[in-house]
Design a protein around this ligand. Structure first.
Ligand SMILES: [Zn+2]
Length: 192
């Protein structure tokens, strides 16, 4: 697979990973330092600085991704950054609308992605969603320039609902399932 190939340069520029030992190992200290720099640079592009004194914050009711969790805020369920606890809106909404959105050239995705012209013709971009609190990269998507953000969590819910394209009612049920915090080895069945 083309995208499976990651050079040392791409590892550094895209994933914020510094490789050592002839690119066979990760330099953990250098990686942590580079990632901090990258987060600061992302925020700086939006005229922001990282908030000070951040901790991990509230425990996650659900981890949606490496840097995205669902937490309780008052009597509501909200998305929050798993790294700095910054709230990213209602769990029934689209967290991407609360992120900093940075459309990057497709050529930044990977030097091995193939002929960039076929993307440039279609005007595709690598759209990155950053936490507005700490600058962590919460999600990537490849999209046409100017398109609204994909609603990937809604898509996830739709998948769990099978062919029933009814995220509204099913989603409310699922939020309740999150609230109960029961370990769940299989997706819930929706009356089928
Ligand atoms: Zn954050």
């Amino acid at each position: 697979m083309e995208l499976g190939y990651v050079s040392g340069q791409a590892a550094r520029e895209i994933h914020g990973v510094v490789l050592a030992d002839g690119e066979r190992a990760v330099d953990a200290a250098a990686t942590a330092s580079l990632r901090r720099q990258i987060r600061e640079q992302r925020l700086a592009r939006f005229g922001r600085r990282p908030r000070e004194g951040q901790g991990e914050g509230r425990p996650a009711l659900m981890l949606v991704g490496e840097y995205l969790k669902v937490v309780t805020s008052g009597d509501e369920k909200v998305f929050a950054c798993a790294r700095c606890d910054e709230e990213l809106g209602s769990a029934a909404g689209n967290y991407k609308q609360r992120c900093l959105v940075d459309d990057r050239p497709m050529t930044e995705a990977s030097p091995a992605i193939g002929d960039p012209a076929r993307y440039v013709d279609e005007d595709y971009v690598l759209r990155q969603f950053y936490c507005p609190g700490c600058g962590s990269l919460i999600e990537n998507e490849v999209t046409r320039r100017g398109e609204p953000p994909l609603w990937d969590v809604e898509l996830h819910q739709t998948q769990r609902l099978g062919d029933l394209d009814l995220p509204g009612e099913g989603f409310a049920d699922d939020v309740e399932a999150v609230q109960s915090s029961q370990p769940r080895s299989e997706p819930p069945t929706w009356g089928r």
